[in-house]
Ligand binder design. Structure first.
Ligand code: UDP
Length: 380
């Protein structure tokens, strides 16, 4: 049987592993943590299903991705809603017509919505940096207000730099919406796994052709030298899918790629519900960026008890968990060098948010993993 090695049991690695296993490959997954699931992992804490590495709300436009995951779990419909604290009020994020109604006196709110509806088509989603460049002074003034009160402080905390220094793809993730749609995402498929992601991913890994080695540091048994992969000291010619940090794979020879990391602080509260929605963003106060009350996602029936998770962003040092690649011209140049190096090894495939150094959402990770697995199978 053809052997495949997958480094990393996150959603990318597991998706690829499952597809390869189903087409007859014997897959060995190397995972450094004691659990599978990567940063999508969830676990019960005080009776609440908590996303250990931060909120993961599933949404996609890609039917094939939704259907693939639905093979491993039932899902229930869930539309994420977020409030942000602006001028002491909790208003819907992405900033939309409802946010305007909450923040301005009725007459002014009507006027502002009128101005926006003349400037944009109903339902448009406009990145904040684009809105700021609008010619109409009233649109520009509103854009400046939203920029200062929704984006500036949050981005400073999250990335350690202001929005002007961030890529348009990051700043465009949460646009300003020219409608009353206050959902965080607008994708067709918005749903959550009934028993959580970990159960779903355990089922993905549950195939007779998949063996997972947890607490196994991939780079203690895997290395790349002169276009060859070595596994347990011997040359390995089968496909290798690597989902860890690409700079680490190559011994940081071109320097470290920058990442942002997070600290999570869990607080047990003796109330049935601590906040009005699952997620509250704090662009203008506190050191943390947001609080998540995961109990409200799964609707766990716990009376008088809940868990609130506070998120503190920080620079990612060698000891920290990398969460977000910090894309800039400089870091992308370094990444390109590592990518070229990886391409010199024919049987080495780099995958996932860390490997590809891209701020992928879960659905894109699954889609890319599906495509890579199919490419590997075609080469058989
Ligand atoms: N953002 C912001 N204010 C908000 C929400 C988001 O400034 O209230 C910016 C911030 O730079 C953040 C980016 O938009 O990093 C993407 O936000 P998203 O909610 O997609 O981040 P994730 O959930 O992936 O951490």
């Amino acid at each position: 049987m053809k052997q495949v090695i997958v480094a990393g049991a996150g959603i990318s690695g597991l998706t690829a592993a499952r597809i390869l296993a189903e087409s007859g490959y014997q897959v060995t997954i190397l995972e450094k943590r004691s659990h599978i699931g990567g940063n999508v992992y969830d676990y019960f804490y005080s009776g609440v299903l908590v996303h250990k590495y931060g909120p993961h709300l599933f949404h996609t436009k890609m039917r094939h991705v939704a259907e693939f995951l639905q093979r491993f779990s039932g899902f229930f419909p869930y539309e994420h809603r977020v409030l942000g604290e602006v001028r002491g009020k909790l208003v819907p994020i992405p900033f939309n017509y409802k946010s305007i109604d909450e923040l301005y006196p009725p007459k002014q709110a009507e006027h502002l919505k009128q101005v926006l509806s003349e400037a944009y088509k109903d339902g448009d989603s406009v990145p904040i940096m684009e809105l700021r460049r609008h010619k109409d002074p009233e649109v520009k003034a509103l854009a400046e207000f939203v920029f200062q009160n929704v984006f500036y402080g949050y981005t400073k905390k999250q990335w350690g730099k202001p929005p002007e220094e961030m890529s348009s793809s990051v700043m465009g993730r949460v646009p300003v919406r020219m409608s009353y749609d206050d959902r965080y995402f607008t994708d067709e498929f918005q749903m959550m796994p009934e028993q959580g992601y970990t159960v779903m991913m355990e089922r993905m890994a549950g195939h007779r052709n998949i063996a997972v080695r947890c607490e196994c540091e991939a780079l203690s048994c895997l290395s790349v030298q002169d276009g060859q992969v070595y596994f347990d000291g011997e040359r390995f010619d089968g496909p290798v899918i690597y989902t860890g940090c690409i700079d680490e794979l190559f011994g940081y020879r071109y320097g470290r790629l920058p990442y942002r990391s997070l600290d999570f602080v869990l607080e047990r509260r003796n109330v049935t519900q601590a906040q009005p929605v699952v997620q509250i963003n704090y662009p203008n106060r506190f050191v943390y960026t947001r609080t998540s009350e995961f109990k409200l996602v799964q609707k766990e029936k716990l009376e008088g008890r809940t868990i609130l998770v506070y998120e503190y962003p920080k620079e990612c040092t060698q000891e920290d968990i990398p969460y977000y690649p910090v894309e800039s011209e400089k870091s992308m140049n370094v990444y390109q060098k590592y990518k070229l190096l990886a391409e010199r090894t024919a049987n080495l495939h780099i995958l996932g948010r860390l490997g590809e150094y891209k701020y992928y959402n879960m659905d894109v990770s699954v889609d890319r993993a599906m495509k890579l697995a199919e490419k590997v199978i075609e080469k058989l």
